[in-house]
Design a protein around this ligand. Structure first.
Ligand SMILES: Cc1cc2nc3c(=O)[nH]c(=O)nc-3n(C[C@H](O)[C@H](O)[C@H](O)COP(=O)(O)O)c2cc1C
Ligand SMILES: [Mn+2]
Length: 475
């Protein structure tokens, strides 16, 4: 599919997954370049696919849409369902409900991911072209895994994307951070917890494993909903878990409750190396794969990197869900350079005094957005994706003595700035126009040319004789 769309380049010369791939990909991503299939990664027995998500166009191809907002529309249709009033609406409502029912994973008896089965001593992670991404990384890291667990209390499935540092031929670390669902499943277990890791999924399912869903919602269901087709799953060969049947490669195994080791450092999406910390050890009991399995990878590092587009997909797809809780929100933007958790720019339909502050507190209480360090609130007419506009209004409308609040709360696991790990200050900036009740003098009017004069100048433009020197139309 990527190849048909002219979005894939094959590299046939031997390339080293140790640092060399990163440098090639770093240059490619920054230029909006293609996905790359390294056909002969050094030392490995499988090709390496990378940069499959690296542009907005490829992200849209993955979802089968023109713009990422179209994916959100599908979700908001379901979230905003009203009790139907007429027959037509009833039928439409049933179709929507059916689309949810059809999202559940479907169990099948055979899966391509088990064409080859390696167990016990046959397991060897060295077969895979696992990248050592940055010079300070102590080992190779699996960077694009879908990690599957079940909550030992209620059996609910979770799928999360957590990097895995390779320790030896059949063990890795599992870097599930403190706020993550996979970690909660592990902490709820008495002893051993079965774990399966799917590598090489269709792009929507791979994306879904990185989506910040509430713990009780199965990421494979989101994948089924977004694909419009259920994810097929098959029983693992050595674990009591179901794995995506069409994965390229699956690692099955277990994690002990009390076995941890020193994971890291790792050059991460914060742009810094993350500190060495204790994380649990994943034992691989079976490695299953397709006959010609391709290993998928991604490089994270100083933004922008390929993961920027996974983050942007989440920003767009979750807007309807954010609005369902905070309905005055018109739009929001999580700047890539802010590594997504550092900054949130939000526009609101302001109807009463203090509403910008209400929205800040709501976001600081909402899912993973609660980790946001800085929130800027603007009026509805401001385009939050246009950082020139954002800076203009933030400068013009803010009295720092009145419009800035400092709060406290949880911060990203990897945030190195605060004194205490996991807890940081929060900065809220109210850049909306202020009401008299908010202590403002009469708010001045913004400068705007009349539509009549704009139309006149449009009409007469050719007469003025600028030729091609100047744009004929106002914005
Ligand atoms: C490329 C990539 C790598 C990631 N690596 C990690 C990681 O090492 N540890 C982690 O806790 N989250 C990591 N994340 C974020 C999680 O995948 C994300 O928070 C997801 O929602 C976790 O699933 P969960 O909410 O079911 O725990 C990564 C995301 C991406 C896109
Ligand atoms: Mn989850």
């Amino acid at each position: 599919m990527l190849e048909r769309e002219g979005e894939l380049v094959r590299v046939s010369v031997e390339v080293d997954p140790d640092l060399e791939v990163t440098e090639i990909v770093d240059r490619t991503v920054r230029q909006g370049g293609p996905a790359i299939l390294f056909e002969h990664p050094k030392r490995a027995q499988h090709p390496l696919l990378i940069n499959q998500f690296g542009t907005e166009r490829r992200m849209c191809l993955a979802f089968g849409v023109e713009r990422l907002d179209d994916v959100a529309r599908k979700l908001s249709d379901v979230l905003e369902m009203q009790p139907p009033s007429g027959l037509v609406e009833k039928v439409r409502g049933l179709q929507k409900l059916k689309s949810i029912a059809d999202s559940l994973p479907r169990t099948v008896r055979r899966g391509a991911c088990q064409e080859i089965v390696l167990r016990g001593d046959e397991v060897d992670l060295g077969r895979l072209p696992v990248q050592r991404c940055w010079p300070g990384d102590p080992a190779p890291f699996i960077t694009l895994p879908a990690v599957i667990t079940r909550d030992p209390r209620d059996g609910a499935r979770n799928v999360g994307m957590y990097r895995m540092q390779v320790i030896d031929r059949n063990t890795t670390f599992m870097h599930w951070q403190i706020h993550k669902d996979g970690r909660a499943d592990w902490l709820a277990s008495d002893g051993r917890i079965p774990v399966a890791v799917a590598l090489g999924l269709d792009p929507v399912t791979a994306y879904s494993s990185s989506a910040p869903l509430p713990k009780h919602i199965d990421e494979l269901m989101l994948a089924g909903f977004l694909r419009g087709e259920p994810v097929e799953v098959v029983k693992g060969v050595t674990v009591d878990l179901e794995v995506p049947a069409n994965a390229e490669i699956v690692l099955e195994g277990y994690i002990e409750k009390d076995e941890v080791g020193d994971e890291g450092p790792f050059g991460d999406h914060t742009g810094y190396y993350t500190a060495v910390e204790p994380f649990p050890v994943f034992h691989v009991t079976a490695m299953t794969m397709r006959r010609d399995a391709i290993y998928p990878s991604i490089v994270v590092g100083k933004p922008p990197q390929e993961d920027a587009w996974l983050g942007k997909a989440t920003e767009r797809i979750f807007l309807p869900a954010v609005r369902a809780s905070v309905p005055e929100i018109v739009d929001y933007d999580l700047p890539v350079a802010g590594a997504f958790h550092n900054c949130c720019i939000v526009s609101i339909r302001k109807a009463y005094p203090g509403q910008a502050q209400k929205v800040m507190h709501a976001l600081w209480g909402l899912g993973m957005l609660s980790l946001t360090k800085c929130i800027v609130v603007l009026d509805e007419h401001v385009d939050v994706h246009d950082y020139e506009q954002v800076l203009f209004y933030t400068g013009a409308n803010v009295d720092p003595a009145r419009d800035v609040i400092l709060s406290e709360g949880p911060t990203d696991h990897l945030d190195h700035a605060p004194e205490r790990q996991f807890v940081s200050g929060k900065l809220g900036i109210d850049a909306t126009a202020k009401l008299p009740e908010e202590g403002a003098r009469p708010w001045p009017e913004e400068i705007e040319m009349t539509p009549e004069v704009k139309a006149l100048v449009d009409r007469r433009w050719a007469e003025y004789g600028f030729g091609s020197h100047n744009a004929a139309r106002s914005g």
